[in-house]
Write a protein of this length. Sequence first.
Length: 238
Amino acid sequence: MAGATPVQSLVEQVYERILAEICEGTLPPNTRLIQDELAAAYEVSRQPVQQALMLLRDRGFVADAPKRGVIVTPLDGHALRDVYEIREVLDGLACRLAAERAAGPAREAGAALIRQGREAIASGSYARQISADLAFHQFIYGLSGNASIEEAARPHWHYMRRIMGAVLRVEHHIPDDIWDEHAAILEAIVAGEPVRAETLGRAHIARAAKTFAVYVQALQDRADADQRRRSLARRAAG
Protein backbone atom coordinates (compact mmCIF):
# COMPACT_ATOMS: atom_id res chain seq x y z
CA MET A 1 0.00 0.00 0.00
CA ALA A 2 2.93 2.36 0.62
CA GLY A 3 3.73 2.38 -3.09
CA ALA A 4 0.30 3.83 -3.94
CA THR A 5 1.00 7.25 -2.45
CA PRO A 6 3.28 8.63 -5.22
CA VAL A 7 0.79 7.48 -7.90
CA GLN A 8 -2.08 9.24 -6.15
CA SER A 9 0.06 12.36 -5.73
CA LEU A 10 0.86 12.38 -9.43
CA VAL A 11 -2.81 11.94 -10.32
CA GLU A 12 -3.69 14.92 -8.14
CA GLN A 13 -0.96 17.00 -9.77
CA VAL A 14 -2.27 16.20 -13.25
CA TYR A 15 -5.84 16.82 -12.06
CA GLU A 16 -4.87 20.27 -10.74
CA ARG A 17 -3.02 21.18 -13.94
CA ILE A 18 -5.92 20.24 -16.20
CA LEU A 19 -8.41 21.96 -13.89
CA ALA A 20 -6.28 25.13 -13.80
CA GLU A 21 -6.20 25.24 -17.60
CA ILE A 22 -9.98 24.80 -17.72
CA CYS A 23 -10.54 27.55 -15.13
CA GLU A 24 -8.08 29.90 -16.86
CA GLY A 25 -9.61 29.32 -20.28
CA THR A 26 -6.51 27.70 -21.79
CA LEU A 27 -8.76 24.71 -22.35
CA PRO A 28 -12.06 26.34 -23.43
CA PRO A 29 -15.48 24.64 -23.29
CA ASN A 30 -15.92 21.81 -25.82
CA THR A 31 -12.15 21.34 -26.23
CA ARG A 32 -11.34 17.71 -26.98
CA LEU A 33 -8.94 16.23 -24.41
CA ILE A 34 -6.63 13.61 -25.91
CA GLN A 35 -4.86 11.52 -23.30
CA ASP A 36 -1.64 11.01 -25.27
CA GLU A 37 -1.31 14.75 -25.89
CA LEU A 38 -1.93 15.63 -22.25
CA ALA A 39 0.55 12.96 -21.10
CA ALA A 40 3.21 14.39 -23.43
CA ALA A 41 2.50 17.97 -22.35
CA TYR A 42 2.75 17.09 -18.65
CA GLU A 43 5.59 14.58 -19.15
CA VAL A 44 3.74 11.73 -17.47
CA SER A 45 2.34 8.38 -18.56
CA ARG A 46 -1.25 7.95 -19.75
CA GLN A 47 -2.36 6.30 -16.48
CA PRO A 48 -2.38 9.41 -14.24
CA VAL A 49 -3.98 11.40 -17.06
CA GLN A 50 -6.72 8.80 -17.40
CA GLN A 51 -7.38 8.80 -13.65
CA ALA A 52 -7.33 12.60 -13.48
CA LEU A 53 -9.88 12.79 -16.29
CA MET A 54 -12.10 10.34 -14.40
CA LEU A 55 -12.01 12.64 -11.35
CA LEU A 56 -12.76 15.67 -13.53
CA ARG A 57 -15.67 13.78 -15.12
CA ASP A 58 -17.07 12.87 -11.71
CA ARG A 59 -16.94 16.55 -10.69
CA GLY A 60 -18.54 17.84 -13.87
CA PHE A 61 -15.58 19.58 -15.50
CA VAL A 62 -15.28 17.17 -18.44
CA ALA A 63 -17.71 14.83 -20.15
CA ASP A 64 -17.85 12.05 -22.73
CA ALA A 65 -18.99 13.27 -26.14
CA PRO A 66 -20.18 10.99 -28.97
CA LYS A 67 -17.42 10.46 -31.57
CA ARG A 68 -15.18 13.02 -29.84
CA GLY A 69 -14.03 11.27 -26.68
CA VAL A 70 -13.60 13.48 -23.63
CA ILE A 71 -14.32 17.21 -23.88
CA VAL A 72 -14.31 20.19 -21.51
CA THR A 73 -17.85 20.64 -20.24
CA PRO A 74 -19.58 23.87 -21.35
CA LEU A 75 -20.53 26.28 -18.60
CA ASP A 76 -24.02 25.52 -17.33
CA GLY A 77 -26.43 28.17 -16.07
CA HIS A 78 -28.39 25.58 -14.08
CA ALA A 79 -25.23 24.41 -12.32
CA LEU A 80 -24.36 28.03 -11.53
CA ARG A 81 -27.80 28.54 -9.98
CA ASP A 82 -27.45 25.39 -7.87
CA VAL A 83 -23.98 26.31 -6.59
CA TYR A 84 -24.90 29.88 -5.71
CA GLU A 85 -28.11 28.85 -3.93
CA ILE A 86 -25.97 26.73 -1.62
CA ARG A 87 -23.41 29.51 -1.27
CA GLU A 88 -26.08 32.04 -0.32
CA VAL A 89 -27.07 29.90 2.66
CA LEU A 90 -23.50 29.07 3.70
CA ASP A 91 -22.20 32.61 3.38
CA GLY A 92 -25.16 34.06 5.21
CA LEU A 93 -24.63 31.65 8.09
CA ALA A 94 -20.88 32.31 8.13
CA CYS A 95 -21.43 36.08 8.28
CA ARG A 96 -23.92 35.76 11.14
CA LEU A 97 -21.65 33.51 13.19
CA ALA A 98 -18.63 35.70 12.48
CA ALA A 99 -20.51 38.73 13.85
CA GLU A 100 -21.47 36.74 16.95
CA ARG A 101 -18.07 35.20 17.61
CA ALA A 102 -15.21 37.10 15.98
CA ALA A 103 -15.75 40.86 15.74
CA GLY A 104 -12.27 41.48 17.16
CA PRO A 105 -10.33 39.29 14.67
CA ALA A 106 -12.45 40.72 11.84
CA ARG A 107 -11.43 44.24 12.85
CA GLU A 108 -7.76 43.31 13.10
CA ALA A 109 -7.33 41.53 9.75
CA GLY A 110 -10.32 42.41 7.58
CA ALA A 111 -9.27 45.87 6.38
CA ALA A 112 -6.13 44.45 4.78
CA LEU A 113 -8.20 42.00 2.74
CA ILE A 114 -10.47 44.78 1.50
CA ARG A 115 -7.43 46.82 0.49
CA GLN A 116 -5.87 43.84 -1.29
CA GLY A 117 -9.12 43.24 -3.17
CA ARG A 118 -9.26 46.79 -4.46
CA GLU A 119 -5.57 46.64 -5.40
CA ALA A 120 -6.21 43.40 -7.28
CA ILE A 121 -8.88 45.11 -9.40
CA ALA A 122 -6.55 48.03 -10.08
CA SER A 123 -3.79 45.61 -11.14
CA GLY A 124 -5.96 44.05 -13.86
CA SER A 125 -4.62 40.60 -12.95
CA TYR A 126 -7.31 37.92 -13.31
CA ALA A 127 -5.47 35.60 -10.93
CA ARG A 128 -5.13 38.30 -8.24
CA GLN A 129 -8.80 39.28 -8.50
CA ILE A 130 -10.01 35.70 -8.15
CA SER A 131 -7.56 34.95 -5.34
CA ALA A 132 -8.56 38.10 -3.42
CA ASP A 133 -12.27 37.29 -3.69
CA LEU A 134 -11.80 33.72 -2.52
CA ALA A 135 -9.51 34.87 0.30
CA PHE A 136 -12.16 37.26 1.63
CA HIS A 137 -14.90 34.62 1.73
CA GLN A 138 -12.61 31.99 3.22
CA PHE A 139 -11.63 34.55 5.87
CA ILE A 140 -15.30 34.94 6.81
CA TYR A 141 -15.71 31.16 6.94
CA GLY A 142 -12.75 31.00 9.31
CA LEU A 143 -14.22 33.74 11.51
CA SER A 144 -17.47 31.77 11.82
CA GLY A 145 -15.74 29.22 14.03
CA ASN A 146 -17.64 26.45 12.24
CA ALA A 147 -15.28 24.22 10.25
CA SER A 148 -18.21 22.42 8.61
CA ILE A 149 -19.16 25.58 6.69
CA GLU A 150 -15.82 25.73 4.87
CA GLU A 151 -15.86 21.97 4.36
CA ALA A 152 -19.32 22.19 2.76
CA ALA A 153 -18.25 25.07 0.50
CA ARG A 154 -14.89 23.62 -0.58
CA PRO A 155 -16.20 21.36 -3.40
CA HIS A 156 -17.75 24.43 -5.07
CA TRP A 157 -14.66 26.66 -5.07
CA HIS A 158 -13.19 25.33 -8.32
CA TYR A 159 -16.49 25.78 -10.13
CA MET A 160 -16.74 29.36 -8.84
CA ARG A 161 -13.13 29.94 -9.86
CA ARG A 162 -14.03 28.81 -13.37
CA ILE A 163 -17.10 31.06 -13.51
CA MET A 164 -15.14 34.08 -12.31
CA GLY A 165 -12.36 33.40 -14.82
CA ALA A 166 -14.89 33.22 -17.65
CA VAL A 167 -16.48 36.51 -16.61
CA LEU A 168 -13.12 38.23 -16.25
CA ARG A 169 -12.07 37.21 -19.76
CA VAL A 170 -15.13 39.08 -21.05
CA GLU A 171 -15.43 41.95 -18.56
CA HIS A 172 -11.70 42.21 -17.62
CA HIS A 173 -12.41 43.04 -13.99
CA ILE A 174 -14.78 42.09 -11.22
CA PRO A 175 -17.38 44.86 -10.73
CA ASP A 176 -15.97 47.43 -8.29
CA ASP A 177 -19.11 47.38 -6.13
CA ILE A 178 -18.37 43.78 -5.13
CA TRP A 179 -15.64 45.13 -2.85
CA ASP A 180 -18.00 47.82 -1.55
CA GLU A 181 -20.32 44.97 -0.58
CA HIS A 182 -17.44 43.07 1.03
CA ALA A 183 -16.58 46.18 3.04
CA ALA A 184 -20.19 46.53 4.21
CA ILE A 185 -20.29 42.88 5.30
CA LEU A 186 -17.05 43.32 7.22
CA GLU A 187 -18.39 46.48 8.88
CA ALA A 188 -21.47 44.60 10.13
CA ILE A 189 -19.30 41.78 11.47
CA VAL A 190 -16.93 44.19 13.23
CA ALA A 191 -19.96 46.00 14.72
CA GLY A 192 -21.23 42.68 16.09
CA GLU A 193 -24.52 42.86 14.19
CA PRO A 194 -25.31 39.25 13.17
CA VAL A 195 -28.68 39.90 11.51
CA ARG A 196 -27.32 42.68 9.32
CA ALA A 197 -24.20 40.68 8.53
CA GLU A 198 -26.26 37.67 7.42
CA THR A 199 -28.62 39.82 5.35
CA LEU A 200 -25.73 41.55 3.58
CA GLY A 201 -23.88 38.27 3.05
CA ARG A 202 -26.86 36.56 1.46
CA ALA A 203 -27.73 39.57 -0.69
CA HIS A 204 -24.12 39.77 -1.89
CA ILE A 205 -24.14 36.18 -3.13
CA ALA A 206 -27.60 36.54 -4.69
CA ARG A 207 -26.48 39.61 -6.67
CA ALA A 208 -23.28 37.88 -7.77
CA ALA A 209 -25.31 34.91 -9.00
CA LYS A 210 -27.55 37.15 -11.13
CA THR A 211 -24.54 39.01 -12.56
CA PHE A 212 -22.64 35.86 -13.42
CA ALA A 213 -25.74 34.17 -14.84
CA VAL A 214 -26.02 36.88 -17.51
CA TYR A 215 -22.43 36.30 -18.62
CA VAL A 216 -22.74 32.53 -18.55
CA GLN A 217 -25.86 32.67 -20.71
CA ALA A 218 -24.07 34.95 -23.18
CA LEU A 219 -21.13 32.53 -23.32
CA GLN A 220 -23.49 29.59 -23.83
CA ASP A 221 -25.28 31.41 -26.65
CA ARG A 222 -21.96 32.25 -28.30
CA ALA A 223 -20.73 28.65 -28.01
CA ASP A 224 -24.00 27.33 -29.48
CA ALA A 225 -23.72 29.74 -32.39
CA ASP A 226 -20.12 28.71 -33.04
CA GLN A 227 -21.14 25.05 -32.96
CA ARG A 228 -23.91 25.67 -35.48
CA ARG A 229 -21.47 27.49 -37.79
CA ARG A 230 -18.98 24.62 -37.59
CA SER A 231 -21.71 22.10 -38.35
CA LEU A 232 -22.87 24.08 -41.37
CA ALA A 233 -19.28 24.41 -42.59
CA ARG A 234 -18.72 20.65 -42.31
CA ARG A 235 -21.91 19.92 -44.22
CA ALA A 236 -20.95 22.37 -46.95
CA ALA A 237 -17.47 20.86 -47.21
CA GLY A 238 -18.92 17.34 -47.39
